[in-house]
Design a protein around this ligand. Structure first.
Ligand code: SF4
Length: 257
């Protein structure tokens, strides 16, 4: 699949990249989003754990405790035993209990509904004061849940691909990538579109642009990606004026400030 480039601007390039992934992977299955508190729990438990393991653990915890209030009030050791299938359960258990307690103390009940009234950046900052909540978990809490706010989730798959596409610097963190992407993704994309974009990038990272050796020959983004191009393709792209769009050093205005 060929993607003509260079594009006039990075926003168009990202939109083309999304269209290409959508053609490759097909439509995203529609599923009911979690409520915000369950999504927050997901964010705290999911680090370095396979999605299916996190899902099964959340189901098991819900079956055992019935409510998140009961998890909040349970002894840490009991929570740790319940979440044992996820990695670092001994670290995540006290964080989970403390985060649920902090939300309850500040809101008078265990609810994140107030976030809906806040600007996106303020909602992210509010969540990131909670133990175990970084930019990935905060963005997922407001985007993937029924709050459906306009924040892009970037996980390790997504970040790796952005680096290989040279859209962010090699040393960029998830937070750096978030700032850049939120600036440059098409502004008319709504919360659901941002969710789909993340899911496509994650799927590419799980199947083709994997950790270790990427399978560039099979990649639908190859003609857009300096890492995946052969030297001849790279030269041709440069002749076509691509150097402005795909510099040897990634462009990131924010990080140059
Ligand atoms: S061309 Fe290769 S490095 Fe670039 S996104 Fe595809 S798999 Fe990853």
């Amino acid at each position: 699949m060929q993607i003509p480039f260079p594009f006039e601007d990075r926003s168009k390039r990202l939109a083309k990249l999304h269209e290409t992934l959508a053609r490759c992977f097909g439509p995203i299955a529609i599923s009911s989003p979690f409520d915000p508190v369950t999504q927050l729990v997901w964010g705290i438990l999911s680090g370095r754990t396979y999605t299916e393991v996190t899902l099964a653990t959340i189901d098991a915890v819900r079956a055992r405790f019935k409510t998140w209030e009961a998890v909040r009030d349970a002894p840490v050791r009991e929570i740790e035993l319940a979440i044992q299938p996820v990695t670092f359960s001994e670290v995540k258990a006290p964080r989970l209990k403390e985060a649920l307690a902090q939300v309850s103390a500040e809101q008078g009940r265990l609810s994140l509904d107030h976030l809906k009234q806040m600007p996106v950046d303020a909602a992210l900052s509010w969540l990131e004061r909670l133990p175990g909540v970084g930019r990935k978990a905060s963005a997922a809490t407001i985007n993937n849940s029924s709050l459906r706010m306009r924040a892009l989730v970037i996980d390790s798959h997504h970040l790796r691909i952005l680096k290989r596409l040279r859209l962010v610097k090699t040393a960029a963190t998830i937070r750096d990538a978030y700032e850049m992407m939120m600036d440059e993704l098409p502004q008319h994309w709504d919360a659901v579109m941002l969710d789909h974009h993340h899911q496509y990038m994650k799927r590419l990272g799980q199947t083709i642009c994997r950790h270790g050796l990427p399978n560039c020959r099979a990649c639908p983004l190859r003609t857009l990606c300096p890492t995946g191009q052969t030297p001849r393709e790279r030269k041709r792209a440069i002749r076509q004026g691509a150097r402005r769009q795909l510099p040897d050093r990634p462009m990131d205005r924010r990080m140059r400030r």
